[in-house]
Every structure is written in C-alpha cells, then in structure tokens.
Design a protein around this ligand. Structure first.
Ligand SMILES: Cc1cc2nc3c(=O)[nH]c(=O)nc-3n(C[C@H](O)[C@H](O)[C@H](O)COP(=O)(O)OP(=O)(O)OC[C@H]3O[C@@H](n4cnc5c(N)ncnc54)[C@H](O)[C@@H]3O)c2cc1C
Length: 715
C-alpha cells in the first residue's frame, strides 16, 4: 500500500478510535439532544453564523467518517435551525460528508478491489456507468442499507464523483425533510424508530423504485418503437432462424435443435464458413506441411547427417483441400439435418424482425420465426491503397487457390493471419517480405513475445519491413512494386504476389441490417448487448459479425448464449462470460494467451506481479530439441490468483488450456503446483511456472526459523 494511503488510513482509524474510546456517541443520542436543547439554542442565538459552521462541520465529520449519530444530528438541525435552514444545511452537509466517505473508500481500496476482481469489477463498472445513478437514487430513497455502506460501496465502483454527489443530494432530500421537520417538534419525539411511519416508508419505497420502473418502461417503449413499423405474424414457422453456417451459426443451430426448438439454418456459400474452408483448417494444414519441411532442414540437430525433401507446392495445397474434405462431414448438411436442424442452402435476407426471405436455386421463400441469430461472419479487409486493384492481390479467401509457389511473396500485415502464412511460405521457399506499420509483429502481445517470433522469422530468412506503411502499388517494366513509406521516405519493394492480411471486416451489408436499422458498433460490427441481443430484442448476433473477438471458439461460446437467450430469454437471460478468453497464433514459436498480458494490465491500471519460467530449462523441451520459449504468468500482487498467462513455445496453444481452466474456476498457482504433471511432458512447464511464483513468495522469516530449528536438532 502506498504511504499516502497508509497515512490516511491511520488518520481515519485514529479519529474513529477517539470517537469510541472517549464515548463521544453519548452526545449524539435523542436524550442528550433533548437535555441540551435549550443550551444549544441559546448558543445559536448568540453566535448564529458560527453555530451553522460548527454544526455543518460536525455533520460532515460524522458522515465522512461513517460514525453513528447522523439521524440525531439531522433532528438537531430541525430543532436548532428550523425546517427551511435545517433542511438546507443538512442537505449540503450530508452530501459533502457522504462524498468524502465515497472518495476515501475509492482512494484507499479501489485499486486493491480492481486487482482482485479485475474482469468482474469491469462488468460492475459497465453496469454502474449505465444504471449507477438509478440504483443510487433508489438506495438513497429506500433505506434498505445504511447510508455509510452505500457511500463506501459506491466508492469502489467507477461512478463519477459529481454524479454521486448530486444524485445523493437529490435522493436524500425527502428523508432529510422528514427528519428535519421531526426535529422542529423535538419535544414530542419519544424514539428514533417512530419518525418514519409505515405509510411514509411505503411512499419512499415507491418513489425510490420509480426511476427503475421508469427505466424498464423506457426500455419497453424503445423495443416497441423498433417494432412499431413491422407487422408481427400471429404464428411462427420457426422458433429460431440462424443466418450463416460458420462456427457461430452451426453451434447456435445445434443448441437450438438439442433443446427441441424448430430451427432453420441458412447458408449461402459453404457449410462450415471461414474456419473450415478458408481459415483455421486450411491454415493449420498448411502449417503442418511447412513445419515438416523445417524439421528436415534441422535434421543434423537430431543426429541425421542429411535429409532432403522433394515436393511440389501443388500437392501440398491439394493436401490442404483433402484435409478440408475430411473435416467437412462434421459441418455437413447431412449431419445437421440428422441433429434436427432444417438446413437451407440459399441467401438470407431479414425482411422484418420475424421474417426471413431465402433466395435458393429453386426461387424465393419466406419463413417466419420468433427469433433470429445473425452469424454472417467477416471477410478480409482490403484497404483502398492506390493501385491495389491493378495487381490481382491475394487474401485469406483466395490464397488457397494457389498451385504455384510465388517466388517473391509480399505480405501486408504482421498480425496472426499474416504471421502464420509468412512462416509457411518462407519455409516452402518463397522470399517473403512482411510489411507492417507497427515497430513489431503481433502488436497485441508483449514485446518479448513479438521478439521471439521475429527472431525466428529472421533466422528463417523473412524480410521484416517494420514501421513501413503501404502507400501505392505500381507496375514498372512489368514488375509489381509496392511503394511503402519508412521514416518519411519512400521505399520500393518488388514482389510477384501480394497477400493482404491487415484485418477482417464484419459482413453487415446486403441482408437487411440497413433496412431494419440494426445498430452498428463504432468498429462497424453489429452492436450487441451483454446477452448477444441487437437493438431488436428478438434478433441476436454472434461470431465475427459481432466481435469483439474473431475466433472460432469465441463464436461458438457466444452461440450458446444467443441460442439460450433467444429461446428462453423471457424466463431467464444469461450474460456472455468473457472472463477467460484464450487464443493462439500458430507460428513457430507458437504463442498462446489467456487474460491479461503486461501491456493490457498497464493500460487498464491493474496492479500485477509477473513470474516467468523459461522453457529452455524443461527436460521434455530439451529432449525434443524445442528448448525455447517461456511461460509468463501475471498474478494479483502477493496472491496466487492468475490475471493472465502468455506461453511462447512448442504446443503453447495446448499448454494454455490448464491456465484457462484455472482462471475460469478461480484456481490459483498454489493448487496448480500441488497437482501432479506427467514427467517428461511440456505441460510440466505450467507447474514449474507456479513453482517460480512459490519460490518468490516463500515466507522468508519462517524459513530462517526452520533453518535454526534444524541446526539445533542436529545438536
Ligand atoms: C486464415 C485464417 C486463419 C484462422 N485461424 C483461426 C484459428 O486458428 N483459430 C480460431 O479460433 N480462429 C481462426 N480464424 C478465425 C475464424 O475462422 C473465425 O473467427 C470464424 O470462422 C468465425 O465464425 P463465424 O461463424 O462468425 O463466421 P464465418 O465462419 O465467416 O461464417 C459466416 C457464414 O455466414 C454465411 N453468410 C453470410 N451472409 C449470409 C446470408 N445473407 N445468407 C446466408 N448465409 C450467409 C457465409 O457464407 C459464411 O459461411 C482464422 C481466420 C482466418 C481467415
């Protein structure tokens, strides 16, 4: 804890201790007030200004320090200053005192709470920024919880100070008025509990609940407004229509069919979407062949004097297609029909919130449905660089059609897709140049992760053009050239073929999104709330079209929430859980991550400790000739709770699974250390990382005592 925090904590503790040690509470009781009323009033008549100041300061101190006695002080306000001035003074003093308590809680404990409950607090903060003023107003009016608890709890959230102040002042006004008014009749009051009659309490509760009810009404009106121009059918052909049979759509349809809903899945191109046809499956198949070749080149390391390979690039690309064919049945029309899904090959267009028109080879048909899930995916983003349309560029959609290896391949973009394909083509023998605006590849990862990947790329002959911005494509004497800008100067990079891999744009056009006015996010994806619903409560979106992640497993994860909320949302809704989202970049070295890395933690202001275990020390990695990489774990300071993990090395994407489970279920490094890991495996790296953490947190004092004990026992 920072020194300033310790000082403030000590001051507050000393003041509170003084209050209780000197029994100052005895002066803040109804009896004490009544017995001293005459003396207080005569002091006020003699010193009117000073008595306001003293009273206000006393009030601020009691509420600011969360001490008991504010109710009696409020009565005193009425008794001494009358209804009008008593209400004004108490209203300001109580709000200032509450805000001081709020600020103290924030200053002392917010960071600690943030580091402990990171993502959960983020969700609470999002809720507070949306509904915080409503909740605070209700809590101020309905005295369910003591005010001092509300002040402290709100201080731990991200609620703005000014919002807290004014909502508190407005919310407390009715109660203040009642108590100050009672104070003007002090002689008649026998107990504090009698001041609020059940009728008055009931009225406060109604008043307090009003904003929440109003909010619900506004939401309902908003929903009615989006539906107003559409005619809702009396009956529906389907419970659910799913647009797009990629990872997101397939899982949505699967879940809906599993719970016996009538579900129609519409796909206009290929079942399986990007992942099967142009994404994960072909890229990993290509990586496998490239890795095999790279092992051959390293044959001497494994005691094999000479090994060579003869290959035809076209055969490798044919193998990729045959892998797709082998996986295809998992996503096929036959399989999904058998599972109970009505699969239609055709192009869907949303005509109304309950109707989807499908253009098939046989013509048009319109189906009605209670709910719709949009899983229309994304496509490669092609930037409007001058000349790009003249050079027949490749994207991750079209690269799979290549049958001749490009001699000089230029890759625009050093993100995961660009990096995976860079290494593959370099290993097949292309001269690969990567053009990246940032100073390193894989910029979302920590710098040493990028370093490890870039070092390997350089060793494998990749030409890394970092801090290069593509400006123009030209053809000079029949040669294709990219003109890039580097440190303010133009640089010419000649190439035979170029792959554009600088990001993916959500598919939001051409199927009714504009016509219905479905809201988009600033990133031009379909905007969804925490339940995957769009601004139409019966239309949901998942996967690449919705974001924020663009992975197969996140599309599938969101699909569960969309399907369940779409079918059962009237009874219970489930908020999508993003607490432990992993991903991997399948370069060599492989990179995998879950949760925070250092750059995220710093950006979000989350305190952390970091331990790193070097895989170069791991027996199995040494045996396999893959002794490189690391496991880097971020934890809450002083605790074994995992905030995030990055693994670089062989099979990093598999190794991270243990940490994903641990994070999801709150298992700390101590428990991982106490779990048996098979020897010799790469998975032991996870346990050893936990061991590094344990050694760094060994109780030094206890160990010194033990050392002495053992010495003494030796005699
Ligand atoms: C080269 C590459 C490698 C990748 N590697 C990985 C990886 O290793 N791991 C990983 O997790 N992710 C990877 N991804 C990302 C992954 O492929 C996507 O995140 C995933 O496919 C998204 O699934 P989706 O269902 O949202 O969309 P998609 O798979 O794109 O499916 C959308 C479907 O909707 C259909 N559609 C669109 N509009 C309509 C309409 N109007 N009517 C009917 N049908 C329509 C489309 O034809 C498409 O089939 C990779 C992507 C690429 C490009």
């Amino acid at each position: 804890m920072k020194a300033s925090r310790i000082v403030l904590l000590l001051v507050i503790a000393a003041l509170m201790a003084a209050f209780f040690i000197f029994d100052l509470g005895q002066y803040l009781t109804l009896e004490a007030l009544k017995s001293r009323q005459a003396a207080i009033e005569s002091y006020r008549s003699a010193h009117p200004g000073l008595s306001v100041v003293i009273y206000a300061l006393l009030y601020i101190a009691v509420t600011g320090l969360s001490l008991p006695g504010a109710t009696v002080l409020t009565l005193a306000g009425g008794a001494v200053f009358g209804l009008l001035w008593g209400t004004v003074i108490v209203s300001f003093a109580s709000s200032i005192g509450a805000t001081l308590a709020f600020l103290a809680a924030r200053f002392l404990f917010r960071d600690a709470v943030k580091s402990r409950f990171g993502t959960r607090l983020q969700a609470i903060d999002e809720g507070i920024s949306r509904d915080g003023p409503f909740y605070l107003f209700t809590l101020r009016l309905v005295p369910l919880f003591p005010f001092f608890m509300i002040n402290l709890a709100m201080g731990l959230t991200a609620l703005r100070v000014w919002t807290f102040y004014w909502v508190s002042q407005v919310g407390m006004l009715a109660g203040t008025l009642v108590y100050v008014n009672a104070g003007t009749q002090l002689a008649k009051i026998e107990s504090l509990s009698g001041i609020l009659s059940p009728t008055l309490l009931g009225s406060f509760a109604l008043l307090g609940l009003f904003p929440l009810l109003a909010k619900k009404i506004v939401e309902t009106v908003k929903a009615l407004k989006v539906y107003r121009q559409w005619h809702k059918p009396e009956r529906f052909d389907n419970n659910l229509i799913v647009i797009g049979a990629g990872s997101g759509g397939l899982v949505t349809a699967y879940i809906a069919a599993a719970v016996k809903a009538k579900v129609t899945l519409i796909e206009k191109h290929k079942m399986g979407g990007d992942c099967l046809n142009t994404g994960c499956v072909p890229s990993k198949a290509l990586i496998r062949s490239a890795k095999w070749l790279s092992h051959l080149k390293r044959s001497e390391e494994f005691g094999i004097k000479q090994a060579s390979a003869e290959f035809d690039f076209a055969d490798i690309m044919e193998r990729v297609q045959s892998v797709i064919k082998t996986v295809e049945p998992h996503d096929s029309i036959e399989r999904y029909t058998e599972l109970g899904v009505n699969v239609i090959e055709g192009e869907a267009k949303i005509m109304s919130p309950w109707e989807v028109r499908i253009k098939t080879a046989d013509g048009l048909q319109v189906l009605s449905t209670r709910s719709i899930v949009i899983a229309a995916g994304a496509r490669p983003f092609v930037p409007p660089i001058p000349g790009i349309d003249t050079i027949d560029y490749l994207t991750s959609d079209t690269i799979w059609n290549l049958r001749t290896l490009p001699q000089r391949l230029l890759i625009l973009g050093g993100g995961p897709i660009g990096s995976e394909l860079t290494q593959c083509f370099a290993r097949f023998g292309s001269q690969v140049a990567v053009v990246e605006m940032a100073p390193r590849l894989l910029v979302r990862e920590d710098p040493e992760v990028s370093e490890a990947v870039m070092a390997r790329f350089k060793r494998e002959g990749v030409d890394l053009r970092l801090e290069h911005t593509a400006r123009e494509f030209i053809v000079e004497n029949g040669e294709k050239i990219l003109i890039a800008e580097h440190q303010g100067k133009p640089v010419k990079i000649p190439f035979d073929q170029v792959l554009v891999a600088i990001g993916r744009a959500a598919n939001i056009n051409g199927y009714g999104v504009e016509e219905l006015g479905i809201t988009l996010s600033p990133r031009k994806t379909i905007a969804t709330n925490g339940f995957q619903a769009t601004n139409y409560p019966n239309i949901y979106a998942v996967g690449d079209v919705a974001g924020p992640y663009q992975f197969t497993h996140t599309a599938a994860h969101q699909a569960w929430y969309a399907a369940v909320n779409a079918l059962f949302g009237q009874f219970k809704k489930f908020r999508t859980d993003y607490s432990a989202i992993p991903w991997s970049t399948f370069t060599e070295p492989e990179v995998a991550r879950v949760g925070l890395n250092e750059q995220d933690a710093r950006e979000q202001g989350i305190p952390y400790e970091v331990v790193t275990y070097g895989i170069d020390d791991l027996d199995r990695a040494i045996v396999d000739g893959e002794a490189h990489g690391f496991v880097k774990v971020l934890t809450r300071p002083g605790k074994d709770k995992i905030l995030g993990v990055t693994i670089v090395g062989e099979h990093a994407g598999d190794l991270i699974a243990e940490f994903v489970l641990a994070m999801k279920h709150g298992i700390g490094l101590n428990k991982m250390l106490g779990t048996i890991h098979i020897y010799p495996t790469l998975a032991e790296a996870n346990k050893y990382a936990a061991g590094v953490w344990k050694r760094a947190h060994a109780p030094q004092g206890v160990l010194r005592l033990l050392e002495r004990l053992h010495a003494w026992r030796r005699g």
